[in-house]
Design a protein around this ligand. Sequence first.
Ligand code: ASP
Length: 373
Amino acid sequence: MSRDSRNDEDFSSQTRGTGIDRRKLLKTAGAGLVAGALPWNAGGEPIRPKGGSLAIASSNGLGTVAEAVTWMGKKVRPVSAAVRGVAGVEADPDDLSVGYGGLPNEDGVVQLDAACMDGPAHNAGSVACLEGIKHPAQVAELVMDRTDHVNLVGKGAKRFALEHGFPEEELLTDRARQIWLKWRAKRSGDDRLWPLGDTDPADPALQGEARPWGTIHCSALAPNGDLGCCTTTSGLAFKIPGRIGDSPLIGCGLYCDNEVGSAGGTGRGEAAIHSGGSWLVVERMRSGDTPEEACLFALRRVAKQAYRQSRWQPTLWDGDRPGFGLTFYALRRDGLYGSATLRGKPGDAKFAVCDSRGARLEACAVAFPIVAS
Ligand code: ASP
């Protein structure tokens, strides 16, 4: 069978033959909600959530979702609650994938991407390749609220941030610098040497990944059904200077439509861009998918595209599954939520959620499960 002749069904589930029934993997999260129900009532009006405030995030966002719910309890709009929620991760030197302490580009410079989207106004703002500003999501929120633009990049984004009183700060921590120096020493073709007496090939926080991804996405739902979201990242480690990932691109690293729901992604940004991933997740929810089904649908589309692309870039495909990581998170207007990741052992990948039951991690569904033989 040629690559291009494979249809959606060929990518529908790698669970076939693994003894796992994908339907059983689909769970209905959110107490009292019916999976598959459209987020509108019979009159076509969006239905209201049954619970109070709710927020979901990537697994590094346990504190973020709790913060976002607290802010919504104080009547802060969901998009601002999400932006405030991610601030702690942006300022955390131990998170190597976001804000201060994030891994730099190939020149050793930390360049940050972030975006936010406000459901009620259907408005968005973003910054990309922003240097020296610790809280890019807050700058993105100002782009949304104080300009008629959506995207600001590089020097223009920085000038805009400085004009609005953000302090300029060095974002490269010593730890991130050491990791970058080792990465550079491992590159062949130049005269850089490995540090003397150092045999450790990588920082344990990199979890064996030579060039890790990492990001935080947060989607937030207020009790009246209003939605908002934001995504913030230092992007792919050691990227080419000027590379823009999916996080600041509306429809790719995040998307929200107040009539339907909110979604975002973390992982290989190029795949979320090629697929319009977050937009696709929201549109699938509009058609009646549960959040988890919508995430799985988008991931299967990503897989199909990666298979074709692997003709030119073989590392994108690994045996019978995509060779990279990508996770989508989705929150429907009625309070149903879910997440799915592209590949991995079932139960390994988690996402954060906070509602009236408090903040916790839940398991993501897996589009292409790796099951121990
Ligand atoms: N999606 C981000 C990017 O490609 C990185 C990540 O989420 O890990 O820039």
